[in-house]
Design a protein around this ligand. Structure first.
Ligand code: VGL
Ligand code: ZN
Length: 239
């Protein structure tokens, strides 16, 4: 369990500006414990400027995540890791363009530019990511006929990646999810984390979004409905 350090000023029990509101200026910080894990989703060249599917401001998450890392005893990374000619690539379907959709066996699939192809420099982790204590890298989306935004299960909602079993076997109970993109792989990972029984926080300023047709607002709504908690990196005790 993370510990919350509650610091209250003497004014905490006063009233704010005659409005009748309690001035409860509590600073409440979270200290991740040995049963917490930092999950770093898809911080890869493909999703950063110069990559094949750049997320606006994607590179900005790197220093935030590097700083957060010091607060965690457990760190897991994910890598989007597609075959050439993958089912999620628009180029696989004659006449289809990136950001259109198609129907596949498991449901509607957004079609993306070719990205994060296995073994390419585009699929490599960002070189400025400094996570020497990270323990596991989960690769996902490697089945040619199926996408996997989530680090827990593929798009058919049946095929497991094994991450839930790994985390449970290691006694992890609480996840702090960061990385790219907020509205796709981060959101699906966070929601499936809840489904697998973990307490889940998303550290908003350690993520950036694609925001396709309102997908960012929709993702936060769905995450919050599933009990995912939205916090900022300043809510974590670092250093
Ligand atoms: C992602 C679109 C396609 C992500 C991966 O990491 O959010 N988005 N593949
Ligand atoms: Zn992908």
């Amino acid at each position: 369990m993370q510990r919350r350090n509650i610091l209250r000023s003497a004014a905490a029990f006063g009233l704010a500006g005659g409005l009748g509101l309690p001035l409860f200026a509590a600073t409440s910080k979270i200290k991740p414990g040995s049963d917490s894990a930092l999950i770093v989703v898809d911080v890869q060249n493909c999703f950063i400027d110069g990559g094949t599917l750049p997320v606006k401001g994607g590179g900005d998450v790197v220093p935030v995540i590097n700083q957060l890392a010091g607060a965690f005893q457990n760190i897991v990374l994910t890598q989007d890791w597609h075959t050439p000619g993958h089912a999620s690539f628009a180029s696989t379907y004659p006449g289809k363009k990136p950001f259109e959709t198609t129907k596949l066996k498991y449901g509607t699939q957004v079609l993306w530019p070719d990205h994060c192809v296995q073994g390419t420099d585009d699929a490599a982790l960002d070189k400025d990511l400094k996570l020497p204590t990270a323990q596991l890298i989960v690769r996902k989306g490697f089945h040619k006929d199926m996408d996997s935004y989530s680090a827990f299960e593929e798009a058919d909602h049946k095929t497991a990646t094994g991450l839930a079993g790994y985390l449970k076997a290691r006694g992890i109970k609480t996840l702090f999810v960061t990385g790219l993109a907020t509205d796709f792989c981060v959101a699906w990972t966070a929601m499936d984390g809840r489904k697998a029984g973990f307490q889940v926080y998303v550290i908003e300023d350690a993520t950036r979004a694609i925001d396709l047709n309102g997908s960012l607002a929709a993702a936060w709504k769905q995450m919050e409905a599933k009990g995912v908690k939205r916090i900022q990196s300043s809510d974590i005790v670092t250093a």
